[in-house]
Write a new protein. Sequence first.
Length: 529
Amino acid sequence: MTVRRWGHFVSALILTVTSACTASDEASRAGTPELRAALFDTILALTVSREAFSPVKDEHWGIDPLASMASLRAEFITADTEEGLFYALEKVSNARNDRHLEVGLVPGGLRLFPSAGVEGGEDPVFLAPIKILPDYGDPTVYFVADVSQNEAHFPGGGVQPGDRVVSINGRSVAEYEEAVRPYQASSYRPNLRWRLAEDMTARSALMPSSFYGDALELELDGENGVTSVALPYLHPESIPWANLAEPHYPDFLLEHSTPTYDLYLPENGTDVLILTWYGFRETMITDVDELMDMADESGWLDYDLIIDGTRSRGGSAGAYAVQRFTPNPFKTTFGNLRVSDVVPLFTDQKREEIASGGSLDSGVQEAMDDGSWLMDWLDTDVADSVAAGAMYTNDVPFKLAHAPKDSDGILQPAPVHFRGRMVAFFVPRRGSHLDQFASIIKDNSLGHIVGMTPGGYSNTWEWEEVLHFPGTEQPVARFMWNIGHTVRPNGEILEGNPAHPDELVVLTRENFRTYYPELVRRALEHLSG
Protein backbone atom coordinates (compact mmCIF):
# COMPACT_ATOMS: atom_id res chain seq x y z
CA MET A 1 0.00 0.00 0.00
CA THR A 2 1.39 3.41 -0.93
CA VAL A 3 1.90 6.36 1.39
CA ARG A 4 -0.96 8.25 -0.26
CA ARG A 5 -3.41 5.35 0.18
CA TRP A 6 -2.52 5.09 3.88
CA GLY A 7 -2.78 8.85 4.22
CA HIS A 8 -6.60 8.85 3.93
CA PHE A 9 -6.83 7.23 7.37
CA VAL A 10 -4.29 9.32 9.28
CA SER A 11 -6.34 12.11 10.86
CA ALA A 12 -9.26 9.94 11.92
CA LEU A 13 -7.00 7.21 13.27
CA ILE A 14 -4.94 9.59 15.42
CA LEU A 15 -8.08 11.13 16.89
CA THR A 16 -9.64 7.74 17.56
CA VAL A 17 -6.73 6.17 19.40
CA THR A 18 -5.99 9.32 21.38
CA SER A 19 -9.48 9.97 22.69
CA ALA A 20 -10.82 6.46 23.19
CA CYS A 21 -8.13 4.95 25.42
CA THR A 22 -7.51 5.42 29.11
CA ALA A 23 -5.48 3.47 31.67
CA SER A 24 -5.15 3.55 35.44
CA ASP A 25 -1.97 4.63 37.16
CA GLU A 26 -1.45 1.00 38.14
CA ALA A 27 -1.26 -0.21 34.55
CA SER A 28 1.73 -2.35 33.71
CA ARG A 29 4.59 -0.76 31.83
CA ALA A 30 3.73 -3.20 29.06
CA GLY A 31 0.13 -1.96 29.08
CA THR A 32 -3.05 -3.84 28.25
CA PRO A 33 -3.99 -5.33 24.88
CA GLU A 34 -6.21 -2.30 24.29
CA LEU A 35 -3.41 0.14 25.07
CA ARG A 36 -0.95 -1.75 22.91
CA ALA A 37 -3.44 -1.74 20.02
CA ALA A 38 -3.89 2.00 20.42
CA LEU A 39 -0.14 2.55 20.57
CA PHE A 40 0.46 0.46 17.47
CA ASP A 41 -2.18 2.36 15.50
CA THR A 42 -0.69 5.67 16.64
CA ILE A 43 2.79 4.65 15.52
CA LEU A 44 1.49 3.59 12.13
CA ALA A 45 -0.52 6.78 11.68
CA LEU A 46 2.41 9.00 12.65
CA THR A 47 4.68 7.05 10.30
CA VAL A 48 2.26 7.61 7.41
CA SER A 49 2.26 11.34 8.08
CA ARG A 50 5.95 11.86 8.99
CA GLU A 51 8.18 9.36 7.25
CA ALA A 52 10.31 10.39 4.26
CA PHE A 53 10.10 7.13 2.36
CA SER A 54 12.66 6.30 -0.32
CA PRO A 55 11.04 4.68 -3.38
CA VAL A 56 14.39 3.47 -4.68
CA LYS A 57 15.09 1.74 -1.35
CA ASP A 58 11.66 0.14 -1.24
CA GLU A 59 12.23 -1.17 -4.78
CA HIS A 60 15.61 -2.55 -3.66
CA TRP A 61 13.94 -4.56 -0.89
CA GLY A 62 10.83 -5.36 -2.90
CA ILE A 63 8.46 -4.47 -0.05
CA ASP A 64 5.99 -1.84 1.07
CA PRO A 65 7.27 -0.68 4.49
CA LEU A 66 3.81 0.37 5.71
CA ALA A 67 2.36 -3.01 4.83
CA SER A 68 5.31 -4.69 6.58
CA MET A 69 4.65 -2.63 9.70
CA ALA A 70 0.91 -3.37 9.59
CA SER A 71 1.56 -7.12 9.39
CA LEU A 72 3.09 -6.98 12.89
CA ARG A 73 -0.04 -5.64 14.60
CA ALA A 74 -1.24 -8.92 16.12
CA GLU A 75 2.23 -9.77 17.45
CA PHE A 76 2.54 -6.30 18.94
CA ILE A 77 -0.82 -6.48 20.72
CA THR A 78 -0.01 -9.86 22.30
CA ALA A 79 3.44 -8.69 23.55
CA ASP A 80 2.44 -8.60 27.23
CA THR A 81 5.89 -8.36 28.86
CA GLU A 82 8.27 -5.42 28.91
CA GLU A 83 10.94 -7.30 26.99
CA GLY A 84 8.38 -8.65 24.55
CA LEU A 85 6.94 -5.20 23.85
CA PHE A 86 10.38 -3.61 23.47
CA TYR A 87 11.39 -6.12 20.80
CA ALA A 88 7.98 -5.87 19.13
CA LEU A 89 8.63 -2.12 18.88
CA GLU A 90 12.05 -2.86 17.43
CA LYS A 91 10.51 -5.09 14.76
CA VAL A 92 7.97 -2.42 13.86
CA SER A 93 10.74 0.18 13.55
CA ASN A 94 12.98 -2.10 11.50
CA ALA A 95 10.15 -2.93 9.07
CA ARG A 96 11.01 0.42 7.44
CA ASN A 97 14.49 -0.84 6.53
CA ASP A 98 16.27 2.26 7.80
CA ARG A 99 19.70 1.92 9.36
CA HIS A 100 19.43 5.19 11.27
CA LEU A 101 16.19 4.48 13.12
CA GLU A 102 16.36 2.90 16.56
CA VAL A 103 14.18 2.17 19.58
CA GLY A 104 15.57 3.26 22.96
CA LEU A 105 14.83 2.93 26.65
CA VAL A 106 13.53 5.96 28.57
CA PRO A 107 13.10 6.69 32.30
CA GLY A 108 9.87 5.22 33.58
CA GLY A 109 9.31 3.22 30.40
CA LEU A 110 10.01 -0.33 29.35
CA ARG A 111 12.89 -2.06 31.09
CA LEU A 112 15.26 -4.72 29.80
CA PHE A 113 16.66 -6.82 32.58
CA PRO A 114 20.25 -8.11 33.01
CA SER A 115 19.33 -11.35 31.25
CA ALA A 116 18.87 -9.23 28.13
CA GLY A 117 22.37 -7.77 28.45
CA VAL A 118 21.32 -4.38 29.80
CA GLU A 119 22.27 -3.19 33.26
CA GLY A 120 22.19 0.29 34.74
CA GLY A 121 20.75 1.79 31.58
CA GLU A 122 23.79 0.78 29.54
CA ASP A 123 24.03 -1.63 26.64
CA PRO A 124 27.22 -3.66 27.11
CA VAL A 125 28.36 -5.81 24.22
CA PHE A 126 30.39 -8.96 24.78
CA LEU A 127 32.25 -10.61 21.93
CA ALA A 128 33.39 -14.10 21.08
CA PRO A 129 37.11 -14.20 20.17
CA ILE A 130 36.53 -14.41 16.41
CA LYS A 131 35.28 -12.04 13.70
CA ILE A 132 33.05 -13.15 10.87
CA LEU A 133 32.57 -11.51 7.47
CA PRO A 134 30.25 -12.19 4.54
CA ASP A 135 31.55 -13.67 1.31
CA TYR A 136 30.21 -11.24 -1.27
CA GLY A 137 30.93 -13.72 -4.03
CA ASP A 138 28.38 -16.14 -2.54
CA PRO A 139 25.20 -14.86 -0.81
CA THR A 140 24.99 -17.99 1.37
CA VAL A 141 28.52 -17.90 2.84
CA TYR A 142 29.97 -16.31 5.99
CA PHE A 143 33.50 -17.06 7.14
CA VAL A 144 35.96 -16.56 9.99
CA ALA A 145 37.99 -13.45 9.10
CA ASP A 146 39.95 -12.87 12.32
CA VAL A 147 40.78 -14.58 15.60
CA SER A 148 42.14 -13.72 19.00
CA GLN A 149 45.87 -14.24 19.36
CA ASN A 150 45.29 -15.63 22.86
CA GLU A 151 45.01 -19.41 22.43
CA ALA A 152 43.36 -19.67 25.84
CA HIS A 153 40.29 -18.11 24.27
CA PHE A 154 39.78 -21.32 22.26
CA PRO A 155 39.41 -24.04 24.92
CA GLY A 156 38.69 -26.76 22.38
CA GLY A 157 40.66 -25.40 19.44
CA GLY A 158 39.09 -26.05 16.06
CA VAL A 159 38.91 -22.46 14.73
CA GLN A 160 40.94 -21.31 11.74
CA PRO A 161 40.73 -18.12 9.65
CA GLY A 162 38.83 -18.85 6.46
CA ASP A 163 36.57 -21.48 8.03
CA ARG A 164 33.04 -21.34 6.61
CA VAL A 165 30.20 -20.89 9.09
CA VAL A 166 27.71 -23.78 8.91
CA SER A 167 25.48 -23.02 11.89
CA ILE A 168 25.08 -20.46 14.69
CA ASN A 169 23.64 -21.51 18.05
CA GLY A 170 21.91 -24.47 16.46
CA ARG A 171 20.51 -22.59 13.46
CA SER A 172 21.73 -23.03 9.90
CA VAL A 173 22.95 -19.86 8.19
CA ALA A 174 19.67 -19.50 6.29
CA GLU A 175 17.62 -20.08 9.45
CA TYR A 176 19.77 -17.62 11.40
CA GLU A 177 19.39 -14.89 8.77
CA GLU A 178 15.62 -15.32 8.75
CA ALA A 179 15.37 -15.33 12.55
CA VAL A 180 17.52 -12.26 13.23
CA ARG A 181 16.53 -10.12 10.23
CA PRO A 182 13.59 -8.44 12.06
CA TYR A 183 16.01 -7.15 14.73
CA GLN A 184 18.36 -5.54 12.24
CA ALA A 185 17.94 -1.96 11.04
CA SER A 186 19.47 -1.92 7.58
CA SER A 187 18.81 0.13 4.46
CA TYR A 188 20.75 -1.93 1.89
CA ARG A 189 21.25 -5.67 1.51
CA PRO A 190 25.08 -5.71 1.32
CA ASN A 191 25.23 -3.66 4.52
CA LEU A 192 22.73 -6.02 6.16
CA ARG A 193 25.03 -8.96 5.45
CA TRP A 194 27.98 -7.15 7.03
CA ARG A 195 25.93 -6.32 10.11
CA LEU A 196 24.65 -9.87 10.41
CA ALA A 197 28.23 -11.12 10.26
CA GLU A 198 29.42 -8.69 12.95
CA ASP A 199 26.54 -9.49 15.24
CA MET A 200 26.90 -13.27 14.95
CA THR A 201 29.77 -13.11 17.43
CA ALA A 202 28.26 -10.51 19.79
CA ARG A 203 25.96 -10.81 22.79
CA SER A 204 23.99 -7.63 23.42
CA ALA A 205 20.49 -6.24 23.78
CA LEU A 206 20.09 -6.18 20.00
CA MET A 207 17.92 -9.29 20.18
CA PRO A 208 15.89 -11.04 22.88
CA SER A 209 17.89 -12.95 25.47
CA SER A 210 16.57 -16.26 24.08
CA PHE A 211 18.96 -15.86 21.13
CA TYR A 212 22.02 -16.15 23.37
CA GLY A 213 23.54 -18.84 25.53
CA ASP A 214 26.51 -18.82 27.89
CA ALA A 215 28.78 -19.42 24.89
CA LEU A 216 28.66 -18.93 21.14
CA GLU A 217 28.11 -22.32 19.55
CA LEU A 218 29.25 -22.66 15.96
CA GLU A 219 29.70 -25.34 13.37
CA LEU A 220 32.62 -24.47 11.11
CA ASP A 221 33.71 -26.11 7.86
CA GLY A 222 37.48 -26.01 7.37
CA GLU A 223 40.39 -28.08 6.15
CA ASN A 224 39.53 -30.90 8.55
CA GLY A 225 35.82 -30.97 7.77
CA VAL A 226 32.99 -29.72 9.95
CA THR A 227 33.79 -29.12 13.62
CA SER A 228 31.71 -27.81 16.52
CA VAL A 229 33.07 -25.15 18.87
CA ALA A 230 31.77 -23.31 21.92
CA LEU A 231 33.42 -19.90 22.33
CA PRO A 232 33.27 -17.69 25.43
CA TYR A 233 31.81 -14.19 25.37
CA LEU A 234 34.51 -11.73 26.48
CA HIS A 235 34.90 -8.04 27.12
CA PRO A 236 36.02 -6.49 23.80
CA GLU A 237 39.11 -4.89 25.32
CA SER A 238 40.39 -8.29 26.47
CA ILE A 239 40.74 -9.70 22.93
CA PRO A 240 44.12 -9.24 21.14
CA TRP A 241 43.05 -9.44 17.51
CA ALA A 242 45.36 -10.69 14.78
CA ASN A 243 43.80 -8.08 12.42
CA LEU A 244 44.02 -10.40 9.44
CA ALA A 245 41.33 -8.57 7.44
CA GLU A 246 42.20 -5.02 8.45
CA PRO A 247 43.67 -2.44 6.04
CA HIS A 248 47.35 -2.83 5.17
CA TYR A 249 49.25 -1.38 2.25
CA PRO A 250 52.47 -2.96 0.91
CA ASP A 251 55.31 -0.50 0.34
CA PHE A 252 53.61 2.28 2.35
CA LEU A 253 54.62 3.32 5.87
CA LEU A 254 52.55 5.02 8.55
CA GLU A 255 53.64 8.66 8.87
CA HIS A 256 51.00 10.36 11.02
CA SER A 257 47.79 9.50 12.92
CA THR A 258 44.76 11.49 14.03
CA PRO A 259 41.26 10.41 15.12
CA THR A 260 40.12 11.18 11.56
CA TYR A 261 42.77 9.40 9.49
CA ASP A 262 46.09 7.57 9.38
CA LEU A 263 48.51 8.99 6.79
CA TYR A 264 50.80 6.63 4.86
CA LEU A 265 53.76 7.62 2.71
CA PRO A 266 55.31 5.45 -0.04
CA GLU A 267 58.62 3.73 0.65
CA ASN A 268 59.72 3.96 -2.98
CA GLY A 269 59.25 7.68 -3.50
CA THR A 270 56.05 7.39 -5.55
CA ASP A 271 54.03 10.60 -5.44
CA VAL A 272 51.01 8.97 -3.77
CA LEU A 273 49.55 9.37 -0.27
CA ILE A 274 47.15 6.95 1.42
CA LEU A 275 44.65 8.08 4.03
CA THR A 276 42.90 5.41 6.08
CA TRP A 277 39.76 7.39 6.84
CA TYR A 278 37.93 6.86 10.17
CA GLY A 279 35.04 9.30 10.02
CA PHE A 280 33.66 12.79 9.79
CA ARG A 281 33.51 13.38 13.51
CA GLU A 282 34.30 16.01 16.14
CA THR A 283 37.95 16.67 15.20
CA MET A 284 37.65 16.24 11.44
CA ILE A 285 38.02 19.90 10.47
CA THR A 286 41.01 20.40 12.76
CA ASP A 287 42.60 17.16 11.58
CA VAL A 288 42.11 18.02 7.90
CA ASP A 289 43.58 21.48 8.45
CA GLU A 290 46.61 19.83 10.03
CA LEU A 291 46.94 17.51 7.02
CA MET A 292 46.88 20.44 4.61
CA ASP A 293 49.54 22.29 6.59
CA MET A 294 51.74 19.18 6.48
CA ALA A 295 51.12 18.69 2.76
CA ASP A 296 51.93 22.31 2.00
CA GLU A 297 55.12 22.28 4.06
CA SER A 298 56.27 18.87 2.76
CA GLY A 299 55.58 19.43 -0.93
CA TRP A 300 52.78 16.82 -1.16
CA LEU A 301 50.07 18.97 -2.75
CA ASP A 302 50.79 17.59 -6.22
CA TYR A 303 50.64 13.99 -4.96
CA ASP A 304 47.82 11.65 -5.93
CA LEU A 305 45.55 10.72 -3.04
CA ILE A 306 44.15 7.28 -2.13
CA ILE A 307 41.37 7.51 0.46
CA ASP A 308 40.51 4.22 2.13
CA GLY A 309 36.98 4.65 3.49
CA THR A 310 36.44 0.99 4.31
CA ARG A 311 36.78 1.59 8.06
CA SER A 312 35.06 4.97 8.20
CA ARG A 313 32.08 6.03 10.25
CA GLY A 314 29.70 8.85 9.35
CA GLY A 315 29.41 12.35 10.77
CA SER A 316 29.22 15.71 9.00
CA ALA A 317 31.14 18.30 6.99
CA GLY A 318 32.49 15.88 4.40
CA ALA A 319 32.32 18.60 1.77
CA TYR A 320 34.89 20.52 3.80
CA ALA A 321 37.33 17.64 3.30
CA VAL A 322 36.47 17.26 -0.38
CA GLN A 323 37.26 20.96 -0.95
CA ARG A 324 40.82 20.16 0.10
CA PHE A 325 41.18 16.81 -1.66
CA THR A 326 40.46 17.91 -5.23
CA PRO A 327 41.40 20.76 -7.58
CA ASN A 328 37.92 20.68 -9.14
CA PRO A 329 34.67 22.46 -8.28
CA PHE A 330 31.91 20.04 -7.30
CA LYS A 331 28.25 19.90 -6.38
CA THR A 332 27.53 18.88 -2.80
CA THR A 333 24.61 16.77 -1.55
CA PHE A 334 21.20 18.32 -0.98
CA GLY A 335 18.34 17.54 1.38
CA ASN A 336 14.73 18.30 2.21
CA LEU A 337 12.11 17.91 4.95
CA ARG A 338 8.91 15.87 4.93
CA VAL A 339 6.16 18.31 5.89
CA SER A 340 4.25 17.08 8.95
CA ASP A 341 3.26 17.99 12.50
CA VAL A 342 6.94 17.65 13.43
CA VAL A 343 8.21 20.60 11.37
CA PRO A 344 7.23 23.45 13.77
CA LEU A 345 8.70 21.49 16.68
CA PHE A 346 11.82 20.77 14.66
CA THR A 347 12.17 24.46 13.78
CA ASP A 348 11.89 25.50 17.43
CA GLN A 349 14.44 22.85 18.41
CA LYS A 350 16.99 24.09 15.88
CA ARG A 351 16.39 27.70 16.91
CA GLU A 352 17.13 26.81 20.54
CA GLU A 353 20.25 24.84 19.59
CA ILE A 354 21.64 27.69 17.50
CA ALA A 355 20.79 30.32 20.12
CA SER A 356 22.62 28.31 22.78
CA GLY A 357 25.67 27.86 20.56
CA GLY A 358 25.14 24.13 20.46
CA SER A 359 26.06 21.90 17.55
CA LEU A 360 23.49 20.88 14.98
CA ASP A 361 24.59 17.26 14.96
CA SER A 362 25.88 15.50 18.09
CA GLY A 363 29.01 17.51 18.67
CA VAL A 364 30.16 17.60 15.06
CA GLN A 365 31.14 21.01 13.75
CA GLU A 366 29.07 20.76 10.60
CA ALA A 367 28.11 24.29 9.54
CA MET A 368 30.30 26.87 7.85
CA ASP A 369 28.23 29.72 9.30
CA ASP A 370 26.49 30.40 12.63
CA GLY A 371 23.26 28.60 11.74
CA SER A 372 21.65 31.60 10.05
CA TRP A 373 21.46 29.77 6.69
CA LEU A 374 19.47 26.97 8.27
CA MET A 375 17.11 29.27 10.17
CA ASP A 376 16.55 31.45 7.11
CA TRP A 377 15.32 28.37 5.23
CA LEU A 378 13.20 27.06 8.12
CA ASP A 379 11.54 30.44 8.68
CA THR A 380 10.79 31.09 5.00
CA ASP A 381 10.71 28.24 2.48
CA VAL A 382 9.85 25.55 5.03
CA ALA A 383 7.15 27.66 6.69
CA ASP A 384 5.68 28.36 3.24
CA SER A 385 5.65 24.61 2.46
CA VAL A 386 3.77 23.93 5.70
CA ALA A 387 1.22 26.67 4.93
CA ALA A 388 0.72 25.33 1.40
CA GLY A 389 0.14 21.76 2.61
CA ALA A 390 3.04 20.42 0.55
CA MET A 391 4.34 16.90 1.15
CA TYR A 392 8.03 17.93 0.95
CA THR A 393 9.98 21.15 1.14
CA ASN A 394 12.32 22.30 -1.59
CA ASP A 395 15.78 20.71 -1.84
CA VAL A 396 18.63 22.79 -0.43
CA PRO A 397 22.36 22.17 0.12
CA PHE A 398 22.65 19.49 2.80
CA LYS A 399 21.60 20.92 6.19
CA LEU A 400 22.61 24.35 4.87
CA ALA A 401 26.03 23.41 6.21
CA HIS A 402 28.21 24.72 3.38
CA ALA A 403 25.98 27.07 1.39
CA PRO A 404 22.73 29.05 1.77
CA LYS A 405 19.32 27.95 0.47
CA ASP A 406 19.55 29.75 -2.89
CA SER A 407 22.93 28.24 -3.76
CA ASP A 408 23.32 25.83 -6.65
CA GLY A 409 25.47 23.73 -4.32
CA ILE A 410 28.63 24.14 -6.39
CA LEU A 411 31.61 24.43 -4.03
CA GLN A 412 35.07 25.62 -5.04
CA PRO A 413 38.36 24.05 -3.93
CA ALA A 414 39.90 25.55 -0.80
CA PRO A 415 42.84 27.93 -1.34
CA VAL A 416 45.22 25.12 -0.29
CA HIS A 417 44.22 21.79 -1.85
CA PHE A 418 45.63 18.62 -3.35
CA ARG A 419 46.18 19.02 -7.08
CA GLY A 420 46.63 15.37 -8.04
CA ARG A 421 44.14 12.62 -8.81
CA MET A 422 41.98 10.73 -6.32
CA VAL A 423 41.13 7.06 -5.77
CA ALA A 424 38.71 5.91 -3.07
CA PHE A 425 38.00 2.49 -1.51
CA PHE A 426 34.65 1.50 0.03
CA VAL A 427 32.93 -1.64 1.36
CA PRO A 428 29.35 -1.98 2.73
CA ARG A 429 30.46 -1.83 6.37
CA ARG A 430 29.25 1.69 7.27
CA GLY A 431 27.44 4.55 5.57
CA SER A 432 25.55 7.73 6.52
CA HIS A 433 27.84 10.71 5.81
CA LEU A 434 30.32 8.25 4.29
CA ASP A 435 27.68 7.51 1.67
CA GLN A 436 27.42 11.23 0.97
CA PHE A 437 31.20 11.48 0.64
CA ALA A 438 31.20 8.60 -1.87
CA SER A 439 28.32 10.07 -3.86
CA ILE A 440 30.10 13.45 -4.11
CA ILE A 441 33.17 11.70 -5.53
CA LYS A 442 31.13 9.52 -7.89
CA ASP A 443 28.53 11.98 -9.16
CA ASN A 444 31.06 14.75 -9.75
CA SER A 445 33.66 12.43 -11.34
CA LEU A 446 36.24 13.62 -8.80
CA GLY A 447 37.99 10.28 -8.53
CA HIS A 448 38.05 6.58 -9.26
CA ILE A 449 36.21 4.27 -6.82
CA VAL A 450 37.61 0.77 -6.33
CA GLY A 451 36.05 -2.00 -4.23
CA MET A 452 32.34 -2.06 -3.36
CA THR A 453 29.57 0.34 -2.39
CA PRO A 454 29.38 1.97 1.03
CA GLY A 455 26.54 0.93 3.35
CA GLY A 456 23.75 2.61 1.39
CA TYR A 457 22.07 4.76 4.03
CA SER A 458 21.71 8.51 4.59
CA ASN A 459 18.88 10.72 5.83
CA THR A 460 18.99 14.49 6.11
CA TRP A 461 17.14 14.65 9.42
CA GLU A 462 15.63 12.25 11.96
CA TRP A 463 13.02 13.03 14.60
CA GLU A 464 12.74 11.17 17.87
CA GLU A 465 10.24 11.38 20.68
CA VAL A 466 9.07 9.41 23.70
CA LEU A 467 6.05 7.24 23.00
CA HIS A 468 3.30 7.09 25.62
CA PHE A 469 0.32 4.78 25.75
CA PRO A 470 -2.42 6.93 24.18
CA GLY A 471 -4.63 8.63 26.73
CA THR A 472 -2.12 8.08 29.56
CA GLU A 473 1.08 9.60 30.90
CA GLN A 474 2.83 6.22 30.91
CA PRO A 475 6.04 6.42 28.82
CA VAL A 476 6.96 3.40 26.75
CA ALA A 477 10.14 3.95 24.73
CA ARG A 478 11.92 6.34 22.40
CA PHE A 479 10.97 6.01 18.73
CA MET A 480 12.43 7.65 15.61
CA TRP A 481 11.31 8.75 12.18
CA ASN A 482 13.27 9.68 9.06
CA ILE A 483 11.90 13.14 8.19
CA GLY A 484 14.08 14.16 5.27
CA HIS A 485 15.70 12.81 2.13
CA THR A 486 19.38 13.14 1.37
CA VAL A 487 19.69 13.94 -2.34
CA ARG A 488 22.81 12.93 -4.25
CA PRO A 489 24.55 15.45 -6.51
CA ASN A 490 23.00 13.57 -9.46
CA GLY A 491 19.51 14.36 -8.10
CA GLU A 492 18.66 10.86 -6.82
CA ILE A 493 17.55 10.01 -3.27
CA LEU A 494 20.54 8.49 -1.49
CA GLU A 495 18.80 6.28 1.09
CA GLY A 496 19.12 2.70 -0.20
CA ASN A 497 20.92 3.97 -3.31
CA PRO A 498 24.70 4.14 -2.76
CA ALA A 499 27.38 5.19 -5.23
CA HIS A 500 28.65 2.16 -7.12
CA PRO A 501 32.35 1.57 -7.73
CA ASP A 502 34.04 2.24 -11.03
CA GLU A 503 36.01 -0.96 -10.50
CA LEU A 504 34.17 -3.71 -8.60
CA VAL A 505 36.34 -5.86 -6.32
CA VAL A 506 34.23 -7.96 -3.95
CA LEU A 507 35.47 -9.22 -0.59
CA THR A 508 35.43 -13.02 -0.41
CA ARG A 509 36.55 -15.95 1.70
CA GLU A 510 39.37 -16.49 -0.77
CA ASN A 511 40.79 -12.97 -0.92
CA PHE A 512 40.18 -11.47 2.55
CA ARG A 513 43.90 -11.68 3.49
CA THR A 514 45.00 -10.01 0.24
CA TYR A 515 42.03 -7.68 -0.32
CA TYR A 516 43.82 -4.44 0.57
CA PRO A 517 47.01 -5.13 -1.38
CA GLU A 518 44.75 -5.87 -4.35
CA LEU A 519 42.88 -2.58 -3.92
CA VAL A 520 46.16 -0.69 -3.71
CA ARG A 521 47.53 -2.48 -6.78
CA ARG A 522 44.48 -1.53 -8.80
CA ALA A 523 44.60 2.05 -7.54
CA LEU A 524 48.24 2.44 -8.52
CA GLU A 525 47.53 0.92 -11.93
CA HIS A 526 44.77 3.46 -12.47
CA LEU A 527 46.98 6.35 -11.34
CA SER A 528 49.80 5.25 -13.62
CA GLY A 529 47.53 5.05 -16.66
